[in-house]
Write a protein that binds this ligand. Sequence first.
Ligand SMILES: [Zn+2]
Ligand SMILES: [Zn+2]
Length: 572
Amino acid sequence: MKIETIRHSLAHILAAAVQELYPGTKFGIGPEIENGFYYDFDLPRALTPTELPKIEKKMRELIKQSVKFEKKIVSKNEAKKLFKDQPYKLELIDELPEAKVFVYVCGKFTDLCCGPHIKNSKEIPLDSFKLTKIAGAYWRGNEKNPMLTRIYGVAFKTKKELDNHLKVEAEAEKRDHRVLGQKLELFGFDEEVGAGLPLWHPKGTILRKIIEDYLYKELTSQGYQWIVSPHIGKLDLWKTSGHWELYRENMYSPIKIDEEEYMLKPMNCPFHVKIYKTKIRSYKELPIKYAELGTVYRYEKSGVLHGLVRVRGFTQDDAHIWCPPEQLSAELTKLLKHGFKILKTFGFKDCDIYLSTRPEKYAGTLKDWEKATNVLKYVLKKLKLKYQLDPGSGVFYGPKIDIKIKDSLGRPWQCTTIQVDFNLPEKFNMNYITKKGQKQRPIMIHRALIGSIERFIGVLLEHYSGSLPLWLMPVQVLVIPVGSRHEKYGKTIKEQLSNEGIRVGLKDENETVSKKIREGEIQKIPYLLVVGDKEMKTKSVRVRSKNKDLGIMKLTNFIEKIKIEIENKKPK
Ligand SMILES: [Zn+2]
Ligand SMILES: [Zn+2]
């Protein structure tokens, strides 16, 4: 039996249990979701999480009774009679386009549903599901509707899978990047600014800058040229590019300036194309690679916004490569190799690779799509990279390779994307002059290696639980004078480290040493240097790292050690 079917059937069992325990409940909907299921209820009284075990127990009782799941087809009128006390179901029945209505009967509980379901509740393993939480959810996701109580559950095929999932979830909660971002003073959100629009605080901005500088150096060494483009552009530009036709649902409404309509950019591509087109290009110049840390704005429903990993404005490490068709596979090969090198530097070794093919809405010819897809397949095979096909998930202008990195908890995160495009060069009439002096269309590659800076930082924080590798930490060292008479010595140490390019802070508040150490550790600062009489006399420091005392070290030795560690960009 498919786990999805079991999850959906558990949603019905949950509703059946709630019906018995809380008479008078009105039922919303209860779908199967990733890892589990939920059901929305309008309960006669408020529910607390402490009641979940009771509901779970009732569910197990029902499952043990071997209740059947029976599908019935009734007329709309019959359905209305069946659900006469259920206003939410009546609303759904009214909207059904057909005269026939599917219902599922499961013991004493009947639901509006087309299935599929299991045949009998005994097919559900008793020990591999769990109710996890309660949340408020507006009926049909609309805030003008009543707020219902949503009960979530998780379900797996085996108890082992369930236990593993619960363990990962508990660990993930501890390292939630939204909590870490606040604790480490990196970023935040403000209701008055708007949802999905992060504010980067000084320390978070240092972290961004370190990542940006690293990318700048890496891409420059690979022959990329850096450009900058505006945040808005005329609507006509987006009509030419095809975004207005095929990507509009992700774009914000036009802004009127001097009687003309402008759009906030959801992508950087058309601007890069315009820079390419300012000159006649020769085959000798190709490949041309333009890179930009481009901030784009895309519409996301408020319900899916999540910290830094799902936002409405973000900065892509975007680049476009134009090359002749015969260079395509070589360029893709270089690109993938370089991408993996960068991910590895940040400490990500495991990943899942996907090849996404033509979606329903697409531009260009079938022949071009096939050609591009085949080149991508060829390159993946040549590099001996294992991948999965993701049919229909390509972008409207071409097929793509997506790389999902796996964090330390084994969770996948969408990160790198490499997209082949035969379409934009056509739309914008892009050319280069071949060796024989003829005009030809270049092929365009769109690619982002880390994806977006925002999302990547969110993933990094969760991967490392906030203790980032030394080279990335906004504050690498904290000097802690034991008493006020050691402050002057502390200050000279701070200056010396700072002169060596090390990011260092000084904790000179009038507090106990243990309190200062604790604060430094809460901030996850990699090295704490405690200095008192003994250290002052011997020009040394007492080094603490990862909650451990590493003993006394000469300051010069410490500087040497830490500089090597930073230079090596050693992932933890
Ligand atoms: Zn159902
Ligand atoms: Zn692009």
